[in-house]
Design a protein around this ligand. Structure first.
Ligand SMILES: Nc1nc2c(ncn2[C@@H]2O[C@H](COP(=O)(O)OP(=O)(O)OP(=O)(O)O)[C@@H](O)[C@H]2O)c(=O)[nH]1
Ligand SMILES: [Zn+2]
Length: 205
């Protein structure tokens, strides 16, 4: 994780003078507990503001990552031009409307154009954009664009399937619906056969 004070979105660094230390963030959690009618000094809650602040920093660490550092040069020359698909990558994010979890999985495919990306880096890129306050549509697009930027592939496809706790634990309280979002770039957008090959591969169990 980069030092606090730098927010990066899509690899672009912006100064963020308002970013707080974990201790300052914990003070806000303490105030929140009081505001909810709790006693932050009671035994069970003593360490909670600091724990919650650390957890929230962890869950939003994607803001402070850069694509270059994350990929760390793990791009390998390859003559393969066949589809590379990484399926069922777990996804944990937070919805930007309620700060409640979005839980699901993500499928990422690309058509190499002279180089292939280290396998783990695909999952790391998913995490980089999931570990922020998000809406699923933007997250899906940001993952697809990042994979494209890094690999310069002929095409990139990303499908995310997720459940939103804000729809399950509260609000409409629907327990069985999930949201599916997809972004197709390059050949996946232009060529129906490539797209349907991808869809067929992710449908298989
Ligand atoms: N499109 C989209 N909507 C989302 C996502 N996460 C949460 N939402 C929705 O954002 C909307 C916010 O609506 P509001 O009416 O402002 O908030 P609310 O009163 O809490 O809405 P309810 O959830 O319907 O109770 C809700 O419909 C959520 O279901 C997401 O990733 N994508
Ligand atoms: Zn929500």
């Amino acid at each position: 994780m980069k030092p606090l004070g730098q927010i990066t979105r899509d690899g672009a660094a912006n100064a963020s003078p308002r970013l707080m230390s974990v201790e300052a963030l914990a003070e806000h959690y303490r105030a929140m507990l009081t505001g909810l009618g709790e006693n932050p000094e009671r035994e069970g809650l003593k360490g909670t503001p600091l724990r919650a602040a650390k957890a929230m920093q962890y869950l939003t660490q994607g803001y402070h990552q850069s694509l270059d550092e994350l990929v760390n040069g793990a791009l390998f020359a390859s003559s393969s031009d066949e589809m590379v698909l990484v399926k069922d990558i777990e996804l944990y994010s937070l919805c930007e409307h309620h700060l409640l979890p979005i839980i699901g999985k993500c499928h990422v495919a690309y058509l190499p154009n002279g180089k292939v990306l280290g396998l783990s880096k695909v999952a790391r890129i998913v995490d980089m954009f999931a570990r922020r306050l998000q809406i699923q549509e933007s997250m899906t697009r940001e993952i697809a664009q990042a994979i494209m930027d890094v690999t310069q592939a002929r095409g990139v496809a990303v499908v995310a399937e997720a459940r939103h706790m804000c729809m399950m634990m509260r609000g409409v309280e629907k327990q069985n619906s999930s949201m599916v979002t997809s972004v197709m770039l390059g050949a996946f957008r232009e060529d129906a056969r490539t797209r349907s090959e991808f869809m067929e591969l992710i449908r298989r169990g």
